[in-house]
Design a protein around this ligand. Structure first.
Ligand SMILES: [Zn+2]
Length: 244
């Protein structure tokens, strides 16, 4: 294992590379975000010149990929604290939770001035179960609204429309599509992540209405609509959904 910056000086720090020689014709680069390793598989008889050429031609691509991944800790760590009594992560931003006075019905809203705080209005001694329901409803409303906006954006472009979409907290997938019923399911955890990740999941499921399987055509369509979909996929892959 060697420091990646030695051969790719422009890539972010902290990455290592591993060079494996195999009986193959071409050189391949594979990124392992969780281990921060780039594995380079090269033909066993590759010349130094050909190796350097391949490295040079991949430099911009690799730098862009690794920069997009960021050099912070894996995403699932902050997600463990996606909601506690002091803060809540909404659309990728950790917002602090403040308690306002409650004169009317209990409720949750973003502070109108800054939108960087969440104000919860509930009487003191409010039933924790009711408060949890309040949170769930509020987060679902946020998610619903954004999905509506995204559907308005993508339906005309893609020429498809789901019969309905539903929200569910799922342990193994970010979204799913029943192509017969034309029903799309979206994981509620997405409300805590950056909006572009919800957009990726929704577009992925909409593409299933055009092409049910993960075929070559499916990925061609994906590429047309969201050329950087792979980055979003990689970022979601780093989150251990089953632990949330
Ligand atoms: Zn799929």
């Amino acid at each position: 294992m060697q420091d990646l910056n030695r051969i790719f000086p422009a890539t972010p720090k902290g990455w290592q590379y591993e060079l494996v020689y195999k009986r193959i014709r071409h050189i391949y680069f594979r990124i392992y975000p969780d281990k921060k390793i780039v594995r380079i598989s090269a033909p066993s008889r590759i010349s130094q010149k050909a190796f350097e050429h391949a490295v040079q031609s991949k430099s911009a691509w690799l730098t862009q990929k690794l920069t997009a991944l960021g050099d912070g800790p894996p995403l699932f760590k902050p997600l463990l604290a996606m909601k506690d009594s002091f803060s809540c992560m909404v659309w990728g931003r950790q917002l602090s939770v403040v308690r306002g006075t409650c004169n009317a019905r209990p409720g949750i809203c973003l502070s109108p001035e800054s939108e960087s705080e969440i104000v919860i209005r509930a009487p003191s001694g409010f039933d924790p179960k009711k408060e949890a329901n309040l949170w769930n409803r509020w987060l679902r409303t946020l998610l619903n609204k954004r999905i509506q906006i995204l559907l308005e954006k993508w339906q005309p472009v893609m020429g498809v429309a789901p019969a309905e979409f539903r929200l569910k907290k799922m342990k193994t997938r970010w979204g799913s599509c029943n192509t017969v019923a034309r029903r799309i399911w979206i994981n509620t955890v997405l409300v805590h992540l950056e909006p572009c990740l919800l957009e990726y999941v929704l577009v992925h499921e909409l593409v299933h209405l055009l092409e049910p399987g993960h075929t070559q055509r499916f990925y061609q369509i994906m590429e047309t609509y969201l050329p950087d979909w792979k980055e979003s996929e990689m970022r979601l892959d780093r989150i251990e959904l089953s632990k949330i």
